[in-house]
Design a protein around this ligand. Sequence first.
Ligand code: B12
Length: 253
Amino acid sequence: MAEINLHQLLPYGDTTQDGAVQLSFTLPVEPSAKAREAATQLVRSWGFFDVKIAHMSSIGVGYAFFVVMARTEKSIDYPKVEAPQLDLQKRDYKEIDKKILQEVKRPIRLVGATTGFDAHTVGLDAILNMKGFDGDIGLERYKGFKVVNMGSQVPTEELIDRAVKENADAILLSKVVSQKDIHIHDMRDLIAQLKKRGLENRFVLVVGGPRVTHKLALELGYDAGFTIGSRPSDVANFLYEKMVEKKNGKTKK
Ligand code: B12
């Protein structure tokens, strides 16, 4: 295997460190020779070279879709990249359930919802519903959790009201739509509304969604963020560890 310079890490296509990337985008013009040339020039103007239009097709009247191969010389100093990640010991459902009942000594109370305009429920359900996701059973099936799943398009205030009413330990927010950064807006809204009511330290705050990273979640004031591929047992394990941490007074919340 070719030696890789991690201080000047480049994308890989045909040969290591060749800087090859594949891009896809849509231009609001009909596909044509002119559209193809425009896409080529556009990608070159972004600093790429060896630009090849691999695919151009109509994507509705007045729109052309492109897949483009190109190369870049811009590299990244990989050792300098910092990205927080949850470093939890892997445990399965039975072990987590047993530990919660032994150490927390009662079910952990959860209230989950998708807020704002977002109607996507599949991600939240994958974590909370009995059947779970990817062969990993959902939190409703654990004896160690009491789950209220409020579904989608829940106003932030109602989510907080319900969490207060249920005396919840944690709020689980799902944000799937990210157009115009609406997921960030709605994540901030929950934090702001909690602060307004003096509840900012009351709940463990967990957020999930395809454009959510743990880094983003921490930056916005959440305790954890879960992205694509997250499994219910990952979330269960985090909640268990956080509750034990709280119980032992190792956290401000
Ligand atoms: C199914 C679907 C729908 C269904 C939703 C049905 C339902 N009941 O959920 C319907 C048809 C209603 C729909 C509507 C729309 N959709 Co839609 N939809 C999808 C689709 C195809 C799949 C989403 C999904 O279910 N994924 C499977 C789940 C399991 O994955 P997940 O959500 O990422 O969840 C995982 C993690 O993210 C995480 N997670 C998620 N939530 C939470 C919460 C917590 C607490 C935790 C811990 C973890 C966690 O754990 C999950 C398991 O690993 C995606 C495209 C795609 N392939 O992803 C588009 C997509 C999300 N939709 C999109 C859009 C634009 C829309 C509409 C705006 C379309 C329109 N113009 O009307 C509307 C919006 C309606 C609204 N008001 O929100 C875009 C979003 C683009 C963007 N950047 O925001 C996508 C990406 C499609 C696309 N490429 O354009 N959609």
